[in-house]
Ligand binder design. Structure first.
Ligand code: ADP
Length: 527
């Protein structure tokens, strides 16, 4: 008896070294062996399990029942399969089982030996992967974005040796070797595309795209973006987003937002995911909006010009009056018995200068009145401020508004449309003038300052009108906000749309030193 006990515990000791759960039962189904791994898997200790009926302790929740399996086991001698059992703590365990029937040796009854491997975690991972794959497929297929899976391995094989060959700047190298870029486009093989890709790129079925390279989708003008995508791939950037133009299968251009992304996993496999969003409608709407804004700005400019006819007439009149006086003087010099030709020459030079001045003024008025596409150039903000004041001089004088300029020296130029920026400055100056009219007229003064900010130039307008009393109306820059009887409320919205289109911004507030408004225009300078 003692020996038998010793044998058993020794046997169990060896079984405890096995990672799989080992359970031995007799032909009546009673557990006679239960190793440490089984105890770990199911939660019952060896002492608790031995002597119990296995079919009762560990019934199969999923998979065939003990009765059905036992019936077949006798004939086949062994069975393998997967079942789900409930462990002591109530959690379900998925186990891969192997049963074998050990025939009874002489004198001992037969046994059924079970080895079981717990595959719960593996199955859960597989299920999660399947779900992920399903989700990915779902997204891939169902999104209104054109998706492309591209095999980049051959592109890598084409480009990686360049590094070894000492090419440090891949972008520059590819710019000099367009044939290599085209080759990369040809060997970048399309693995899969979604339904949206077919409709966007004009394909009837996937066969027209899958399996081939991508060269035919890239017009010459978009090649630099392809180069950028290649470089970004090799530099292991996480993603790339850019607006570009692509071609559909019929050769029509698609205005697209193009994205490339690499996950660590897909990078290992050399697969890139491209997304293409058709932004043609949005861009067309934006172009339309810009046109409407430009038309509106134009209308506002013409309206402003109308308000300044007195100023303009006065400005043109000055050189004309000077021309007329000089012409008279010239004639008198000629009518002398001894005509003084030197004087006549000097007078003619003054006439020429004055007629240029008049022509300049008319030119300026004409540019303001013209309807034309905005055109950006390098501009000196100080000169623009001075021109604006010259333009308004007559009105400022007749409103008795003093102007104090404080223009910073050495300002960097801005890249902007002259007429549009001038329109903003005129608007702000006119608003200031109107705000001060009928307020404290003895103090009426407009301070205009320019200063250099970080990567920007600022223009400050400060008047001595009522200002905003500490509360700038929220809708100040919205269309049709006006407090004037004959106001349109379009001046400030137009100013804002012009300044923002230039990448800058405009803010309103009270001037820090007492009543009066302050408008600050910030324009970015050339990098
Ligand atoms: P409008 O001049 O036709 O009213 P704007 O858009 O140019 O249109 O101005 C909108 C409103 O903003 C004005 O009616 C006025 O109430 C306010 N505003 C603009 N500039 C000033 C200023 N310098 N001081 C006080 N209020 C101002």
């Amino acid at each position: 008896m003692r020996d038998a006990e010793a044998d058993r515990s020794e046997g169990a000791g060896i079984l405890d070294l096995v990672h799989d759960g080992v359970i031995v039962r007799d032909l009546a189904g009673t557990i006679v062996e239960w190793n440490a791994a089984a105890a770990h898997q199911y939660g019952w200790t060896r002492a608790e399990a031995v002597g119990r009926k296995q079919a009762e302790l560990l019934p199969h929740m999923r998979g065939e029942s003990f009765e059905a399996l036992d019936a077949g086991l006798e004939a086949a001698g062994s069975w393998e399969g997967e079942v789900t059992r409930r462990a002591r703590d109530g959690r379900e365990r998925v186990v891969e089982l192997r049963w074998s029937l050990r025939a009874s040796a002489a004198g001992s009854a037969g046994r059924i030996v079970e080895t079981g491997r717990d595959v719960t975690d593996r199955r859960a991972t597989e299920a999660a992967l399947r779900l992920n794959d399903y989700r990915f497929r779902n997204l891939f297929e169902a999104m209104a974005v054109s998706f492309w899976e591209i095999d980049f391995n051959r592109v890598g094989a084409l480009l990686l040796p360049l590094r070894g060959a000492g090419v440090a700047d891949l972008r520059a190298y590819l710019a000099d070797h367009p044939e290599l870029v085209r080759e990369a486009m040809r060997v970048a093989r399309v693995l899969d595309v979604n339904a949206r890709t077919l409709s966007l790129f004009g394909a009837a079925s996937k066969d027209e795209i899958v399996g081939d390279g991508v060269e035919r989708f890239w017009p010459e003008a978009s090649v630099p973006l392809f180069v950028e995508a290649l470089a970004a791939t090799l530099e292991k950037q996480p993603h790339l987003i850019s607006e570009t133009r692509l071609l559909d299968l019929q050769g029509r251009e698609i205005e697209a937002l193009f994205t490339v992304s690499w996950s660590a996993e897909s990078r290992k496999q050399g697969v890139v995911l491209l997304g293409v969003i058709d932004i043609g409608d949005r861009l067309r709407a934006e172009r339309m909006l810009r046109k409407v804004q430009a038309d509106l700005a134009h209308a506002a400019r013409v309206a402003t010009l109308g308000e300044f006819t007195a100023s303009i007439a006065h400005e043109v009149n000055q050189p004309l009056a000077a021309i007329s006086a000089n012409a008279g003087a010239g004639l008198r010099w000629l009518e002398r018995p001894e005509p003084d030709l030197d004087e006549v020459g000097a007078v003619l030079a003054r006439i020429a200068a004055d007629s240029r001045r008049a022509a300049d003024i008319i030119q300026r008025v004409r540019t303001m009145a013209q309807r034309r596409e905005p055109e950006r150039a390098e501009l000196c903000v100080n000169a623009l401020v001075e021109e604006t004041i010259a333009f308004l001089r007559h009105d400022l004088d007749s409103h008795r508004v003093a102007v104090a300029l404080s223009l910073a020296g050495g300002l960097p130029p801005v890249h902007a449309d002259r007429v549009q920026i001038q329109q903003v400055l005129v608007n702000l100056a006119v608003n200031a003038m109107q705000a001060m009219a009928g307020y404290d007229e003895t103090a009426a003064r407009l301070d205009i300052a320019t200063e250099a900010g970080p990567q920007a130039v600022r223009i400050l307008f400060e008047d001595k009108g009522p200002g905003f009393g500490g509360a700038v109306p929220e809708r100040l820059f919205d269309g049709f906000f006006t407090t004037k009887a004959s106001g349109m409320g379009m001046g400030l919205p137009i100013c804002r749309s012009i300044i923002e289109a230039h990448g800058g911004h405009i803010e309103a507030g009270d001037r820090p030193d007492g009543p009066g408004a302050r408008f600050v225009v910030t324009l970015p300078v050339l990098a």
